[in-house]
Ligand binder design. Sequence first.
Ligand SMILES: Nc1ncnc2c1ncn2[C@@H]1O[C@H](COP(=O)(O)OP(=O)(O)O)[C@@H](O)[C@H]1O
Ligand SMILES: [Mg+2]
Length: 273
Amino acid sequence: MLKIENMTYAYDVSFGNVIKHITMDFDCGKIIGILGINGSGKSTIMKGIMGLHPLNEGHVIYNYNKLSLKKQELYRYRQDVCIVFQDSDQQLFYALVEDDVALALKNLHYDEATIKQRVHDALEAMHISHLGKQPIHYLSFGQKKRVAIAGVLALKPKYLLLDEPTAGLDPRGRVQMLQLMKELAQNGTTIILTSHDMDLMYDCCDYAYVVDKGEIVLEGNKQDIFLEKDVLEKIGLSLPWIVKLHLALGTPLCENEIEFFRTIGSEKTWQNQ
Ligand SMILES: Nc1ncnc2c1ncn2[C@@H]1O[C@H](COP(=O)(O)OP(=O)(O)O)[C@@H](O)[C@H]1O
Ligand SMILES: [Mg+2]
C-alpha cells in the first residue's frame, strides 16, 4: 500500500506552502491521475512521494510504515516505487540503450543472467527490443522516454510514477504511451501519472485527484470529476471532448474514444490510425 497523508511542503518558507495538506491513496485504482494546470504542484507532489525532499508536515506511508528519509530505507523503497521525470533525458546516463536499462540492476548487484533477462523483458514491455544496441543520442524524444521507463521497469516496481509522460510527444506517441500505461497496469504495476491533458486522463484513469494551488479540489472516478464543469473551468482545465459532446448533445458518456465511436456505430476508431 502507498499513500500520502497531510503532505505539506514549501520550497522556501518565506514564500509559503506550495503543497497544502494533501492526502492521497494510491491503491484506489490501477491508474491514478494527478491533474492540474502548470504550477499547481503536481511535480512537487511526485518528488514528495519519492522522498526527494523533506516534508514540512505529513508523511508518505508505504506498507503501513511512515517513510523516513534514511538512506537505506529510501534505497529499498525506490526499488518498489520508481519515477520517470518529465525531462527523462536526465535519467539516461549510458551511451547504449541496453546498458542504460541495466544500470539500476547493476547498481543493485543483480547477477548477469538476471540482468540480461530483466533488460530483455523491460525492452519488450516498452516495445523497443529493436533499439537495444542503439546509441541513446540517436533516439527520438519519444524513444528516449521509453528507454527511461524501461530502465525503471527493469526493477519491477510496484508503483510507477510518470510525471507528464505525454508532454512533448506527437499524437501517435501520445496514443502509444496511453496504450503502454494500460498494458503496464494490466500486468500489475500501479501507475501514478500527472497531466493536464484532460482527454488522456479521462481515458486512462481509474481514479484521479485534481489539484490547484497545492490543494485537492476534486477527487474520485470519472463521473465524480470530469462532469464538474464549473470547478474544472474555474481552475483553468477544460472538459474532455467526450464530456463536452455528452453535455451539449446528449451523446453517451463512454469510457474512451474507441468505445465512443463503436457506440455511435462508426467503423473507424480514430485513435488507432
Ligand atoms: N525548485 C523550486 N524552487 C522554488 N519553487 C519551486 C520549485 N519548483 C517548483 N516551484 C514552485 O512550486 C509550485 C508548484 O510547482 P510544480 O510542482 O512544478 O507544479 P506543476 O508540476 O503542477 O507544474 C509553483 O508555484 C512553482 O513555481
Ligand atoms: Mg510539473
